[in-house]
Design a binder for this molecule. Structure first.
Ligand SMILES: [Fe+2]
Length: 297
C-alpha cells in the first residue's frame, strides 16, 4: 500500500538559488543537493538539463519525479501519470519520529496547563505532505491515481479532485486542478509542519530571508488547514501547512464549487512582514533611538 510521498526531485534552472531556498525553508542538507525533512522524506534538486532526470511536464523549473513510499517491499514498476510526471515506488525510507505539536486550549478543554505555547523562530518541516498539479486531463488523473489505490476526498466537479493515498489519513496527498486554460504543471508542493504556530514562524522566517510570499497566512475551508505559500525557485509554490482534516473510510466526498470563499476563509496576499512586531500608530520610524523607544512601549 502507498503510504505517502517518500522523495521528490525537482529539475531547476538555478541549483544554487534553490539550495539556498530549501535551507531557509528548513530542510537539512544530506548531500550536495539532496535535502530531507525531519522524518527523512527526501527533496532533491538537479539542473533541469541533467540527463538522469525523466522528461519534464512543463518548461522551466518544475517537479520531475515523485517516489511514493510503500509499507512493504512490494515491487511496483515506474509509471508516468497522465500529466507526464514520473511516478516511482519504493519501500518507505521515512522514519517514525517523535515530534509533537503544541496542544491548544479551547473553551471546553485546557489541553496545555502550566505551560506556555510554542513560538518558532523558523520551521523544520516534518515531511512533504501533498502535491498540487495543474492538468488538462482531470478525469485521467483521477483514474490513474485511483488505480494506485488513492481515494477521493472531495471534488470540484469537472474542475478538481482531492485524493488521499490511504483510506484513513490526511485529507489529500494529490490535488489535480483543471482550469479552462490549464496545461500540465506544478502548482505547489506542501510541507507539513507541527502546528499552526510553526506555519507562522516558518512564514515569518522565510520572509525575513528575503523570499516572496504568494499568499499566506490563511486558512482553507476545504481541509481546514492553515497555510502559507511562498514562491519557490525550484518551481511553483512551496507551502507550509498544519491542522489538516484527518479523514477515514467513513468520510463522504463532497462536491464543491470553486470560489474565493472555498479557497480561503481568510488569507493575506503577500504575507506578513517578518520584521513588523507592531503596527505603526503614527509616523513610521525605521531606526534610531526613537524607533527603539516606540517599539519598547
Ligand atoms: Fe496545499
Amino acid at each position: 500500500m502507498i503510504i505517502g510521498i517518500d522523495r521528490i526531485t525537482y529539475g531547476v534552472e538555478d541549483v544554487e538559488l534553490c539550495r539556498r531556498f530549501f535551507l531557509d525553508w528548513g530542510l537539512s542538507l544530506k548531500g550536495e543537493n539532496d535535502f530531507e525533512s525531519l522524518n527523512g522524506c527526501e527533496v532533491r534538486i538537479r539542473h533541469k538539463d541533467d540527463p538522469s532526470l525523466p522528461p519534464a511536464m512543463e518548461p522551466g523549473s518544475t517537479l520531475r519525479e515523485v517516489v511514493w513510499g510503500l509499507d512493504s517491499s512490494q515491487e511496483l514498476q515506474p509509471l508516468t501519470d497522465p500529466n507526464g510526471l514520473a511516478v516511482k515506488f519504493r519501500r518507505t525510507r521515512k522514519r517514525s519520529i517523535d515530534v509533537k505539536g503544541v496542544p491548544i486550549n479551547t473553551w471546553d478543554k485546557a489541553a496545555r496547563v502550566d505551560r506556555p505555547s510554542a513560538f518558532y523562530e523558523r520551521a523544520h518541516p516534518v515531511e512533504v505532505g501533498h502535491l498540487v498539479l495543474f492538468t488538462d486531463r482531470l478525469k485521467e488523473m483521477e483514474e490513474f491515481y485511483a488505480r494506485l489505490g488513492f481515494v477521493v476526498s472531495d471534488r470540484y466537479p469537472g474542475r478538481g479532485v482531492f485524493l488521499r493515498c490511504t483510506p484513513e489519513g490526511g485529507h489529500h496527498d494529490v490535488f489535480a486542478l483543471q482550469t479552462p486554460s490549464s496545461k500540465p504543471g506544478l502548482n505547489h508542493v506542501a510541507f507539513a509542519v507541527r502546528d499552526i504556530h510553526e506555519v507562522f514562524g516558518g512564514g515569518l522566517h522565510i520572509s525575513r530571508c528575503g523570499w516572496t510570499t504568494e499568499i499566506g497566512p490563511g486558512r482553507h475551508p476545504v481541509s481546514s488547514a492553515y497555510f502559507w505559500y511562498v514562491k519557490c525557485p525550484a518551481g511553483g509554490l512551496a507551502e507550509y501547512y498544519s491542522d489538516e482534516d484527518y479523514v477515514t473510510a467513513a468520510w463522504k466526498p463532497r462536491e464543491l464549487t470553486p470560489s474565493p470563499e472555498v479557497f480561503a476563509e481568510w488569507a493575506i496576499t503577500g504575507g506578513i512582514d517578518g520584521m513588523t512586531r507592531r503596527q505603526a500608530s503614527g509616523p513610521t520610524v525605521e531606526s534610531g533611538t526613537a524607533g527603539r523607544a516606540s517599539r519598547d512601549k
